[in-house]
Design a protein around this ligand. Structure first.
Ligand code: PLP
Length: 397
């Protein structure tokens, strides 16, 4: 009954851990979840009000398949003014979240057997979405010492005659790393030698950067615009995960192909969410800045706290709301009840089941020596979670 395509795909590991944490909490356990990939803030009120107005005004119908013209215009303006990228509204397609924008971009560009380069640790969905498009994910292992960023040499080694695309994610989920302008320029020098490679640049965390401004590959190498698809959305910066609104901006033929696929799969995103998105991109950014500042303080706190736990190594990420410490020094140790910790999954399950803290094992992101902690949680919860992690790790022998 089940297709090979469905059989070949793994379920989202991050959602799996969150589900397990919720199940334990339902059973009455005290669980602090640092596994979620969503801000713990509420959507700013002016955005909610725009959605309420859309409902009361009867804005209930399908919008254009590619999204409301006013919103595509607002996105085009935003990309020009904030990001210095020129994409006409006709090159922009709104979808039900950035996730769908990436999935449809891959379906629109990948032929069977095409290779897509994905630096690891990667966002869990990239390899699975490449597989769903009948492509082959080519995983490039990056190093802790380089804050898990892909080097030009690593990129060059991964390129073959079959390479169709490179997926970049900066700021990164799961590491929080951000590529610098210079690092992106150096990657672009390699891409210049391979003019047929498409760049898919996932910039969903652009508003959550702490050390300087967000830099896109197109800021470092504007000449790549004719073969770059920018992925972005409203989920992270505006705390709008449940609204399901994201977009791709790219070369017109790719945008048209994405629109065609979308027209047969989901039509267009919710009209109400699009009105909310318009308010987000045309209204005050004060709440976004406040959230960014809160994330910045939490980052400083959690990095220092993790570094103070013997055996944990942690670099200071420049963006998103994740830290990705190296915990391999605990492999080979034994829990108080005699279970052996061999992998990051073992360690994460131990921390969840014995100490009530949910983190995501690095295995899920293609990096077995790490775990991902989301600091989209209150300072109180973070501090309690650190105490529990510290207790848990010091109880291993
Ligand atoms: C790197 C990355 N890209 C895309 C997405 C998807 O975002 P959306 O909620 O817009 O589908 C996420 C969400 O976790 C993410 O972490």
């Amino acid at each position: 009954m089940i297709s090979n395509r469905a059989k070949n795909i793994s379920p989202s590991e991050t959602l799996k851990i969150s589900a397990k944490a919720k199940e334990l909490a339902r059973e009455g356990a005290s669980i602090i979840s640092l596994s979620a990939g969503e801000p713990d803030f509420k959507t700013p009120s002016h955005i909610c009000n725009a959605a309420i107005e859309a409902i009361t005004d009867g804005f209930h119908g399908y919008t254009m398949n590619t999204g409301m013209p006013e919103l595509r215009e607002a996105i085009s303006n935003k990309l020009l003014l904030e990001n210095r990228m020129k994409y006409d509204p006709g090159q922009i397609v709104l979808s039900n979240g950035a996730k769908q924008s990436i999935g449809f971009t891959l379906l629109a560009t990948i032929n069977p057997g095409d290779e897509v380069i994905i630096p690891a640790p990667y966002w869990v969905s990239y390899p699975e979405m490449v597989k769903m498009a009948d492509g082959s994910p080519v995983i490039v292992k990056t190093l802790f010492e380089n804050d898990f960023k892909c080097t030009p040499a690593q990129l060059e080694t991964a390129i073959t005659d079959k390479t169709k695309a490179l997926i970049l994610c900066s700021p990164s989920n799961p590491t929080g790393s951000c590529y610098t302008r210079q690092e992106l320029q150096e990657l672009a020098l390699i891409l210049d030698k391979h003019p047929d490679i498409l760049i898919i640049s996932d910039e969903i965390y652009e508003y959550i950067v702490f050390d300087g401004e967000h830099v896109s590959i197109l800021n470092a190498a504007p000449h790549l615009i004719d073969r770059t698809v920018i992925i972005n959305g409203f989920s992270k910066g505006f705390a709008m995960t449940g609204w399901r609104l994201g977009y791709m901006a790219g070369p017109k033929p790719i945008a048209d192909a994405v629109a065609k696929i979308q027209s047969q799969e989901t039509s267009a995103p919710s009209s109400i969410s699009q009105k909310a998105g318009l308010a987000a991109y045309t209204g005050s950014m004060k709440a976004v800045e406040e959230m960014r500042k809160a994330f910045s303080s939490r980052r400083d706190y959690i990095v220092d706290a993790l570094r103070s736990i013997p055996g944990v190594e942690c670099f200071k990420p420049s963006g998103a709301f994740y830290v990705f410490p190296d915990i391999h020094q605990f492999f080979g140790k034994t829990t108080p009840v005699g279970d052996k910790i061999e992998t990051s999954t073992d360690l994460s399950l131990y921390l969840l089941e014995s100490h009530g803290v949910a983190v995501v094992p690095g295995d899920a992101f293609g990096e077995p020596n790490g775990i991902r902690l989301s600091y989209a949680a209150s300072m109180e919860d973070l501090s309690e979670a650190i105490n529990r992690i510290s207790d848990g790790l010091s109880s291993l022998s």
